[in-house]
Design a binder for this molecule. Structure first.
Ligand code: SF4
Length: 307
């Protein structure tokens, strides 16, 4: 068996930024520490923080008045910030700066009274946050090309689009093309809202799929970008599976395979991939591991100073 590790995988700069904020807050203020929503969508990361006294809440009313709360990397709508202020909570915003950029676009388009098409997955925390920056009367959420078919907006008007940051690059490109055909005066962000980590991780899985006869993605069920990686492998015609922990992999899937490609979502700690590699090597003695130069090493987001 040969293992190929994707060139770009694991923590992105936004996830490192959010996790570092929680680490700093734990060191500075101690437990209990409240975090609104899972800081990132990864079971290992969330359980580790939980064991160290972090309390994850889905409702700010669960945070005692005057306490400190951290907003997750996915971002929050303005109404949540207002609730925090009303309840006199001390809040720290760990929203990824690339998500904040999308919030700013949403605010700008909304202030200009454009109809705004938001491409993303309904119910995902990031989409809920971004939608909150748009006047509800101007907002149209679409998940697929079929939803675009059914959009009831005057095609003669200037229509704006924004997207969730962690979608399939290929599907989103096709959806924007379709929007452009339907709305000739379509306007959008100067650069795609899909973030560099999403693009790079999907490109790396495409490369793995050319080399390998199976692709395994480490990532949690709620993680949008991890699920898109599994789909990327599958769309290249290679059987692709997603696992939340190394123990979850059914080793029968590797029987008869010669080259396994492994990648991990942007919220997945390296330890999960290392444990998976060790498990495969134990099962198939002599398995060799191939790696590639990671071009993302220098991408970091500067941290806030906690007050
Ligand atoms: S996946 Fe992209 S948008 Fe999401 S936290 Fe990472 S860098 Fe930010």
């Amino acid at each position: 068996m040969e293992i190929y590790l994707a060139k770009t995988q694991g923590f992105c700069a936004g996830v490192s930024f959010a996790i570092d904020i929680v680490e700093q807050a734990l060191t500075k203020y101690g437990a209990p520490l409240y975090v609104y929503h899972e800081i990132v969508h990864n079971t290992y990361v969330v359980n580790d923080f939980r064991n160290r006294g972090v309390i994850f809440v889905e409702d700010l009313n669960a945070v005692p008045q005057g306490q400190r709360v951290i907003f997750s990397a996915h971002g929050v709508p303005p109404a949540v910030i207002q609730t925090a202020k009303d309840r006199r909570l001390k809040y720290v915003d760990a929203t990824c700066p690339l998500v904040t950029k999308v919030h700013n676009e949403a605010t700008k388009f909304s202030a200009k009274h454009h109809a705004i098409v938001l491409i993303g997955h309904k119910g995902h925390q990031e989409l809920i946050g971004t939608a909150g920056y748009v006047d509800p009367g101007l907002l149209y959420i679409v998940e697929n090309e079929d939803d675009i078919e059914h959009l009831d907006i005057d095609p003669a008007t200037e229509v704006a689009f924004i997207t969730q940051t962690t979608l399939s690059v290929d599907e989103t490109t096709a959806m924007i093309d379709k929007l452009r055909k339907k709305f000739p005066n379509l306007i959008g962000p100067p650069r795609s809202d899909l973030c560099y980590a999403t693009q790079n991780r999907q490109d790396a899985v495409k490369n793995l799929a050319q080399l390998c006869d199976i692709v395994i993605i480490c990532g949690s069920p709620k993680s949008s970008n991890s699920n898109r990686l599994r789909e990327t492998g599958e769309k290249q015609g290679v059987p692709s599976h997603i696992i939340d922990s190394a123990e979850e992999l059914d080793m029968k899937l590797l029987q008869g395979k010669k080259k396994a490609g492994i990648s991990s979502g942007a919220s997945v700690p390296r330890v999960i991939v290392d444990q998976l590699v060790q498990r495969i090597q134990k099962y198939f003695p002599g398995t060799r591991v191939h790696t590639f130069e990671n071009p993302e090493k220098k991408i970091v987001f500067a941290l806030h100073h906690l007050k």
